[in-house]
Design a protein around this ligand. Structure first.
Ligand code: NAD
Length: 357
């Protein structure tokens, strides 16, 4: 599926599992008329096949120097392979490591010895319109570096991970001043733990149930989960996931939400356990005990494919600064939290041009 509107030129920072699923997905939907798996086959006239990758950055020597179509299948990536990708003609270039590789990732990442490229120059010369940040959780300096590079290169920014950039007033202002849109933070998977948990809490609150406590435990076997064994690095992930659920209730409740363990043989499968305890009519007790099993990276790509087209619509309309509805619909820690239904409605109103952001 491609439209007549032209391409959406995208650069990627961090060629890991999420990038792999996104690149595969663009070719999967471009080469067929398949619509299953897409929440929006069409966003403002743009189809998934309109996305074109023009630059990519990583630090692992198994990826740097390779065509993006090969790099996405290199170790330690371990998501599913659901689409063959032809040569793209984009070589993965070496970005600065900064704080991208934590204590546990050091054991599995093989550092490239190439010299760091000038990211701003690369973004400019590639013609990129949007840069997606897919760095590992806890890459605070790395994420700010890529956001700053996007600003200097005149490129819009999507922050798919939980360093708080799109939700920070300081960064919102910087993008607004440069006339560039920004969306984020921390992509909310298509059918993942966050959207399920927040929707359940909203339902219970709406139906007069007093929720007394809830937890959400997550396990997986990819580098994202390995990295999040480092407690200091996952503080932002915990806050991002918890804030999305917390915002669905008018009252405080004990919540414990976050990544819980790394189980290598799960590879890119992610398992989530949600527990909710509450009371309803006459104080009668209620509990929900739920297990969700998904492949993590296609789950994020199913949303980024909408976010990219939403940001492109903003670029076409000359809208700058934080994209409120795109972010609320596609991310866990947006500038403004909304229940899922409202976020989806506002996203679609924005796409139709019925709201400014
Ligand atoms: N469903 C999902 O998979 C999902 C949902 C929400 C958020 N996220 C977030 O998206 C991010 C990407 O997830 P992933 O599964 O692709 O992770 P990943 O570990 O597979 O990929 C991260 C990539 O970044 C590279 N990298 C590290 N430092 C770098 C630097 N300084 N410059 C350029 N590249 C660098 C690594 O080599 C690796 O290729 C993570 O922060 C994750 O938490 C994922």
């Amino acid at each position: 599926m491609e439209s007549e509107l032209g391409k959406i030129k995208v650069a990627i920072a961090g060629v890991g599992n999420c990038a792999s699923a996104l690149v595969q997905g663009v070719y999967y939907y471009r080469e067929s008329n398949e619509q299953i798996g897409l929440a929006h086959p069409d966003v403002g006239g743009y189809k998934p096949g309109d996305i074109e990758f023009v630059a990519a950055f990583d630090v692992d020597r198994r990826k740097v120097g390779k065509d993006l179509s090969e790099a996405i299948f290199e170790k330690p990536n371990n998501t599913i392979r659901f689409q063959e990708v032809p040569k793209i003609g984009v070589t993965v270039k070496k970005g600065p490591v900064l704080d991208g590789v934590g204590r546990y990732l050091r054991e599995v990442i093989r550092f490239s010895e190439d010299r760091d490229v000038d990211i701003v120059e690369e973004l400019k010369s590639s013609g990129a319109e949007i840069l997606i940040n897919y760095l590992p959780v806890g890459s605070e300096k790395g994420s700010r570096f890529y956001a700053q590079s996007a600003l200097e290169a005149g490129v819009a920014f999507i922050n798919a991970m939980p360093t708080f950039i799109a939700s920070s007033e300081e960064w919102q202002k910087k993008f607004e001043e440069k006339g560039l849109p920004i969306a984020g933070d921390d992509v909310m998977s298509q059918l993942g733990a966050t959207v399920l948990h927040k929707t359940l809490i909203k339902l219970l609150v709406d139906r007069g149930v007093k929720v007394e406590e809830s937890y959400q435990l997550n396990i997986g076997g990819d580098t994202d989960f390995l990295n999040m064994l480092e407690q200091q690095r996952l503080v932002s992930k915990r806050e991002s996931k918890t804030s999305a659920v917390r915002a669905m209730s008018p009252y405080e409740m004990p919540l414990r939400i976050g990544p819980s363990d790394y189980i290598p043989f799960l590879e890119n499968e992610k398992i989530c356990y949600i527990w909710i305890k509450g009371k309803y009519f006459g104080g009668a007790p209620l509990s929900i005990d739920l297990k969700l099993s998904v492949i993590d990276s296609p789950n994020s790509a199913g949303v980024i494919i909408d976010a990219l087209r939403g940001v492109k619509v903003a670029l076409d309309r000359g809208i700058s600064g934080p994209l409120i509805s795109v972010s609320a619909y596609c991310f866990k820690h947006p500038p403004v939290q909304m229940p899922y239904e409202e976020a989806k409605r506002k996203f679609e109103e924005f796409i139709r041009g019925e709201r400014e952001r």
